[in-house]
Design a protein around this ligand. Structure first.
Ligand code: D41
Length: 676
């Protein structure tokens, strides 16, 4: 045993504890605030274990600011009230460019300055506003916003959020109150919901509710188990320290003191700068790892902020510019079943038209019977429609309390609504299918639409409506009939002049020059998407070899499993399909030979990831050129990636490549490699 101090713990243990605390806080800062981890997680965990052991041995060394003390163990009976020393204001909203220009004009008038105002612009996180107080660099109290005057004491719960420093770095003022937004990152939200569903528990409707629900847990252990994150966006109170003169400088100071601030914050000039920022963030939005519902502009100069002051709880110097709502309420007029290319029946809700995500929506997919049953959508129901980014609108949920009496559950039709063939549903499968095959007009139409689509044979000008007309007139039955269409015949269609008819025929002829992966994808074999078509093309090199292959052979293709292999084999064994393929090949469809596996090119076996915009090539053309020369395309960067091709405005893939030390090619270098 070591010699004991009066307090009980030996001096060496106290020193080691202090050392560990300091190191862990530093690692934590690098990891959370700077997003730039200094050591592997395992090393962090090892030090944490050592600290825990020491604190267990000498409980008097376990101070409340220790990184081990994030999870308080005792649930509180109810949250205490916290009176905010400085009121938590709310934000005014702007919903249009004009409202933003008005905001900027009012500010210039009030300040009586004609020049452009500098604004600090930042994404508006969709989470929960909180306040956190530090005394002598130690986190002492956290509170919800509440009504702005009084909030709830959530100190113990906030402690569990790793992005919140328990102890500030040196240089921080002795007393400090900061304001920020707690949120649940999208990845954590998806994972959490998946796990909740698997346990048969309730899932959260959206990340905001998930964050709110998690913060309001009486047992901090529950909060600790939730993947919460936190950005600090402002300073409410400082005692005994110098304040910067600009909001943007405040953010940098907060970062130095140990807080995590939003990396997308930026200073912009005037209303134009604000609106430009709004558009940029709008584009990035779908790829941001967290949910936002707009952006916030704040007058950057703190003296100007002071002069502007606030009206009825909202500062005059800030405004939230909201994105169009991605959710809206409407009612279901009807539920119908659409028949797809492979006969799959998709339930679709016909809606009372509603403006959501910036467009008017009158149809929303219900995906399949399982989804329909799970969400229990019925005709007449009031539903929440979601349209996020370019994703097709869907019914997010039903408001059961608004259900009209007697609304019946939707049942799967026993026969196809288009052709009357029996509907079959394989055991354990979510998808029900029309068994009519090409006798079903819907399946015939969808097969041809797919064949002509942009990523397949890319027949310019052959739109969905046209295909439907051609199938209805029985001029087309299968894709193979496309190549017998004549311009004179096409010219007799409604709204089709001689010129457009000739153009269409020329486009059909031009589409005969394609690539093998496109051709295989165009056939519309069940479960053969672009990636599988590519893998099949690279493995077999031509159609004849693939047609002759048994499913065990097809299974040897990388990433092709037994189910897909069976579908491929079955497709080519089917006499009608075989006849169609023969006719297609006979009509002169051709493609350049792929670099066979045994011919070595500069690109053979290399794995490429594309990011950003190329000037000379579309992304598809670049991918095709890579594949043509024996390379592979991957969607994400890993250690196995050979090259990352970076165009203009590359995404996070470029950062990842730099981190992993993957070779990065700019457009010129990439073109040179292709030409070699
Ligand atoms: O990201 C946010 N949700 C956010 C909220 C933000 N970036 N800045 C904010 N700034 C303010 C002022 C200007 C009043 C300090 C806010 C909020 N307020 C806010 N959040 C909830 C109510 C008000």
């Amino acid at each position: 045993m070591c010699a004991q101090q009066a307090s009980g713990a030996p001096r060496s243990a106290a020193a080691r504890v202090a050392d560990l605390k300091e190191t862990l806080e530093r690692y934590n800062y690098r990891y959370h605030a700077l997003d730039d981890p200094q050591v592997p997680d395992a090393e962090y965990d090892r030090l944490m274990l050592e600290l825990r052991a020491l604190e267990a041995q000498y409980p008097e060394l376990a101070a409340p600011d220790s990184p081990t003390q994030r999870v308080g163990s005792v649930p509180v009976a109810a949250f205490g009230a916290v009176r905010h020393r400085v009121a938590m204001l709310s934000l005014d909203n702007a919903f249009s460019d004009d409202e933003v220009r008005d905001f900027d004009r009012r500010i210039r008038e009030r300040l009586n300055i004609p020049n452009t105002i500098r604004y600090s612009a930042e994404p508006k996180l969709d989470g929960l506003a909180i306040s956190a107080r530090y005394e002598n660099g130690v986190f002492v109290q956290g509170a919800t916003r509440g009504d702005g005057e009084t909030g709830e004491d959530i100190t113990l719960n906030l402690r569990t959020i790793k992005a919140l420093p328990l102890k500030l770095r040196s240089g921080a003022p002795p007393v400090l109150e900061v304001r920020g937004e707690v949120f649940m990152p999208l990845a954590g939200f998806a994972k959490f919901n998946q796990e909740a569903l698997a346990r048969g528990e309730k899932s959260f409707v959206n990340p905001r509710n998930a964050a709110a629900g998690s913060l309001r847990q009486l047992d901090p252990k529950m909060t600790a188990a939730r993947p919460l994150d936190l950005f600090i966006y402002g300073l409410a109170l400082v005692e005994g320290g110098e304040l910067p003169g600009q909001h943007s400088e405040t953010l940098q100071a907060l970062r130095r003191w140990g807080f995590k601030i939003c990396p997308q914050s930026r200073v912009v000039e005037g209303a134009d700068g604000c609106l430009g920022y709004y558009r940029e963030i709008g584009v990035q939005r779908a790829e941001l790892p967290y949910q936002i519902d707009g952006v916030v502009y704040k007058v950057d100069d703190l003296e100007q902020q002071r002069q502007l002051g606030f009206v009825s709880r909202a500062p005059r110097w800030a405004v939230a510019h909201k994105f169009p709502a991605e959710e809206a309420l409407t009612t279901v007029r009807d539920i119908e079943f659409q028949v797809g290319r492979t006969g799959a029946l998709t339930p679709v809700a016909r809606l009372e038209p509603v403006f959501v995500g910036g467009v008017t929506v009158s149809n929303a997919t219900l995906h399949n019977m399982d989804e329909l049953t799970r969400k229990d959508v019925r005709v007449g129901d009031t539903v929440v429609i979601r349209r996020a980014g370019d994703v097709i609108p869907e019914v997010a949920r039903v408001l059961p309390e608004r259900r009209v009496a007697g609304a019946a559950m939707v049942v799967l039709p026993s026969v196809c609504p288009v052709c009357g063939s029996p509907v079959v549903r394989e055991a354990e499968q979510a998808v029900a299918r029309c068994s009519g095959g090409r006798t079903c007009a819907a399946q015939r139409k969808e097969e041809i639409k797919h064949f002509a689509s942009r990523r397949a044979l890319d027949i310019q000008g052959l739109g969905d409506k046209l295909v439907e007309q051609l199938v209805d007139r029985e001029w087309l039955r299968t894709p193979a009939d496309l190549f017998s269409l004549q311009a004179e015949q096409l010219a007799t269609l409604e709204r089709m002049g001689d010129k457009s008819a000739q153009k269409l025929q020329a486009a059909i002829i031009a589409a005969k020059h394609t690539t093998l992966p496109r051709f295989l994808y165009a056939l519309g074999i069940r479960d053969v998407g672009e990636a599988t078509a590519l893998a099949l093309a690279q493995h077999f090199g031509d159609v004849a070899a693939l047609r002759a292959a048994a499913d065990e052979v097809i299974q040897r293709v990388p990433d092709v499993g037994p189910v897909v292999a069976k579908h491929v084999e079955a497709y080519f064994r089917d006499p009608e399909n075989a006849a169609i393929v023969d006719r297609l090949l006979g009509s002169g469809i051709t493609w350049p030979a792929l670099a066979p596996a045994n011919v070595h090119t500069e690109l053979s076996g290399k794995s490429f990831v594309l990011t950003g915009t190329l000037e000379t090539l579309t992304r598809e053309a670049a991918a095709e050129a890579i594949v043509q020369q024996g390379g592979k395309i991957s969607g994400s960067v890993s250690k196995k990636t050979s090259y990352v091709v970076a165009g203009a405005e590359p995404g996070s893939k470029l950062n990842k490549a730099q981190t992993l030390g993957i070779a990065i090619l700019d457009e010129a270098e990439f073109m040179k490699l292709l030409k070699k």
